[in-house]
Ligand binder design. Structure first.
Ligand code: ADP
Ligand code: ZN
Ligand code: ZN
Length: 724
């Protein structure tokens, strides 16, 4: 006897097969069971998907149905909640179910046979049995004396509110207000009350927030045992990821700490989801299914009955808007913690704006800023200078003939890196030695235009050359040690472990001035930094991207949060902004640390312009051999949407609620010799947009095979895009 099963597999992109295929099995298998199945000439991982909503395509002749080759029966079947999460994500982000589901599983699962899987499971079980019991295992978790801190009144009130309302909650708390302590407390009280409950704690980038992970481990490993806390992020090896995933899936991991991918971790007893720094753009995936882990977390919380706690000092405008008073339609509960506590309790650093209109032209450092940095160095304190552009200069140029260091393969300039004297394209990676003379006219005097972190580092070194570190006279340095300027950006941290090493040097006090990109503005707890400077942040004020001001404000506020963490040094802490727009409302709000006034103003502008969160957007991107082909594809698909779709039965209403804008080149139109175009689709109704996209997808597929779209290489839909 044999039964037919629908199995979800990752079919090749753009194949005519759907993601659900029919296979034969000698026994019935529960939905969610992991199996090995033949697919073409390969064998691949599949998930049994017995769901009447998603049917395997078409009729198949009995003799065409192939037999499954194995069952990974040491792994419990994936539960209905996980299946529903994956189904929702696939629908919402307009990707195939197979792609989303298989990408949500740890990569190594794809390669293991049932026998290998069994051995692995046995090994982890044995390891778990050998591990020391958590100290208090006999009486459960509830030690009366938890190692947690006594909460401040503000924290206690927030914890109370979280306990008594369903949420989702937006914890709006200043940097240093003790948000992490609130997360720890909520997790602890949940796991204490319910001995099987699990918590998911998400962070934007684990490398950038090692303190959070350390704090969770320090707090919970003694209570629950070291194996109860697992991490899940792309920096782990495949075996590590599989082990952590299995621990979460089988319930031995009580806390999963992870980056955006962790939102898909199978956690059958999930009761709490924390999304730290919920505004961070890295929660939005930029490849494959372009999902937002924060938004999926909110959906997942509802699905599994888990509480959701979003936290930030500068919430995304979406979450800010969703947490307006319930009477005005707000769906999230906003909780406010304005005061800093603990070591960082004294007032926030003072924000100082330097009017660059009154400084010498082309000065990188204004005199007062330079003076302030020199004073810090003399006192043995640290400064942090950031500029969001790596390399030495964004362009090399010849004043005689107008030659510029364009990339041969992209519509972009190659960046001058002085360290190794190269011109590097930051889009396609094309790299060449800097030419000795202008390739256009032979002029030997080609000059850098604009500046990046390498140049800042070099100039600071020169400007601080005449002073010495305090108390540093020694035999080696009879006149005292020179000032140490260090740089941290994507170029200096390419090697594994180098970021950690460089951060350690800063913490150890081996660095006086740290130069870097936004990488250094996030998360790190630098105790001895008393000055943070943004050298040239104005660009975002006039960007064509309507989210640029929001990102700038949060970046500057985050950076400000780096300064003055040490109680003894907090008094003198300052944040310096060099700007040609000193009166700009964004900087005025920043000076007051007034996120609400900034956010409300932005929301007003967005409402007037009909921008998100007051409307909903999707972006279709097309890549082609020529810009004309990319645009023709989008335009043709849009024409079908406008002219034909309204005639489909029941679709006129949906289409009428959606606006399709013109196809335009992307801001960097050509990358690696591929031309890119995009089209914005917008609606005042999220459900209308969703419905439209699901109907339009087949149109896009069909359009692609038309003759005028021959040059189209690929296309993709980005729902709720972060950058347009
Ligand atoms: P946030 O996550 O909001 O930036 P943290 O939770 O890191 O804030 O807290 C900031 C500092 O205050 C940390 O050094 C933390 O250890 C300390 N802290 C937090 N809560 C308390 C408390 N209730 N009592 C004493 N110190 C606290
Ligand atoms: Zn020239
Ligand atoms: Zn390039």
């Amino acid at each position: 006897m044999s039964v037919w099963l629908s199995i979800l597999v990752q079919t090749p992109a753009h194949s005519s097969l759907g993601p659900l295929l029919t296979y034969r099995s000698s026994v019935h298998l529960a939905s969610g069971t992991l199996v090995r199945v033949p697919l073409g000439k390969r064998e691949t991982l599949g998930v049994v998907w017995n769901d009447s909503d998603d049917n395997a395509a078409g009729e198949i002749a009995d003799n065409k149905v192939r037999e499954i080759t194995g069952v990974l029966d040491t792994v419990t079947p994936l539960g209905p909640a996980w299946q529903q999460l994956v189904r929702f994500a696939a629908q919402y982000y307009q990707r195939s179910l197979g792609e989303v589901a298989l990408a949500a599983l740890p990569p190594q699962l794809r390669d293991l046979t049932p026998q290998q899987m069994q051995r692995r499971c046995l090994r982890t079980q044995r390891a778990a049995a050998r591990a020391p019991e958590p100290p208090d295992a006999s009486s459960g978790l509830s030690t009366p004396q938890s190692p947690g801190r006594v909460l401040t009144e503000e924290q206690a009130k927030v914890v109370e509110q979280i306990a008594h309302s369903a949420g989702p909650h937006l914890l709006f708390g200043a940097t240093g207000s003790g948000k992490t302590e609130v997360y720890l407390h909520c997790v602890e009280s949940l796991l204490t009350q319910d001995p099987s409950a699990q918590a998911l704690v998400m962070v934007p980038e684990i490398n950038l927030t090692p303190q959070l992970e350390a704090r969770f481990r320090a707090r919970f490993a003694p209570l629950l045992g070291a194996q109860a806390v697992v991490s899940l992020h792309s920096g782990m090896t495949n075996p590590q990821r599989l082990a952590a995933w299995l621990a979460a899936h089988h319930g031995s991991a009580r806390i999963v700490l992870g980056t955006r991918m962790a939102v898909f971790a199978s956690m059958p007893s999930l009761k709490l989801i924390v999304v730290d720094e919920e505004h961070d753009p890295s929660y939005k995936s930029s490849e494959g299914a372009r999902y937002s882990a924060r938004d999926l977390a909110v959906y997942r919380g509802k699905l599994q009955g888990a509480k959701v706690l979003l936290g930030s000092a500068t919430p995304s405008l979406e979450s800010w808007y969703h947490s307006r008073p319930a009477a005005e339609g707000g769906r999230y509960l906003r909780l406010h913690m304005p005061a800093r506590v603990g070591a960082s309790a004294q007032s926030l650093p003072q924000v100082r704006r330097v009017d660059m209109n009154h400084q010498p032209r082309n000065a990188v450092f204004s005199l007062p800023l330079l003076q302030a940095i020199r004073e810090r160095v003399a006192r043995g304190e640290q400064s942090m200078v950031f500029l969001n552009r790596r390399g030495y200069a964004p362009v090399l140029h010849c004043a005689d003939c107008g030659w510029k260091s364009e990339c041969a393969h992209c519509s972009a300039f190659r960046v001058f890196h002085k360290v190794d004297r190269t011109l590097r394209c930051h889009h396609c990676g094309f790299t060449e030695r800097v030419p000795r003379a202008c390739p256009g006219c032979g002029n030997v005097d080609i000059t850098p235009m604009g500046r990046g972190t390498e140049q800042i580092e070099e100039q600071l070194g020169a400007l601080l050359d005449d002073i010495r570190r305090p108390d540093s006279i020694s035999e080696t340095f009879p006149e005292g040690e020179p000032v140490r300027v260090a740089r941290i950006d994507a170029d200096t941290t390419r090697l594994k472990g180098s970021l950690q090493a460089q951060l350690a040097a800063v913490h150890a006090g081996d660095v006086d001035v740290l130069v870097g990109t936004q990488m250094i503005a996030k998360g790190h707890d630098f105790r001895r930094i008393t000055l943070v400077a943004a050298v040239n942040p104005d660009g975002a004020l006039f960007s064509s991207d309507f989210r640029a001001p929001e990102r700038l404000f949060s970046l500057l506020l985050q950076a400000a949060g780096r300064a003055g963490r040490d109680a003894a040094l907090g008094e003198n802490s300052e944040v310096w902004i060099q700007t040609f727009q000193p009166a700009h409302p964004l900087y005025a709000a920043l000076k007051q640390y007034d996120y609400p006034s900034f956010a409300n103003r932005q929301l007003l502008e967005r409402a007037q312009a009909g921008m998100p969160p007051f409307s909903f957007q999707a972006l279709v991107r097309a890549e082609a051999r020529s810009q004309a082909a990319a645009q023709a594809f989008l335009t043709a698909a849009a024409a079908v949407a406008r002219d034909e779709m309204p005639t489909w039965e029941g679709w006129a209403e949906v289409v009428s609620q959606v606006t399709l804008y013109s196809a335009v080149p992307m801001s960097t139109a050509r990358v690696a010799n591929v031309e890119r175009a995009q089209m914005v689709v917008e609606s005042l109704s999220r459900s209308a947009l969703q419905a439209f996209l699901s109907g339009w997808q087949p149109v896009l597929h069909a359009t692609r095979s038309q003759p005028q779209c021959k040059g189209v290489i690929r296309w993709a839909i980005d729902v709720d895009p972060l950058a347009i």
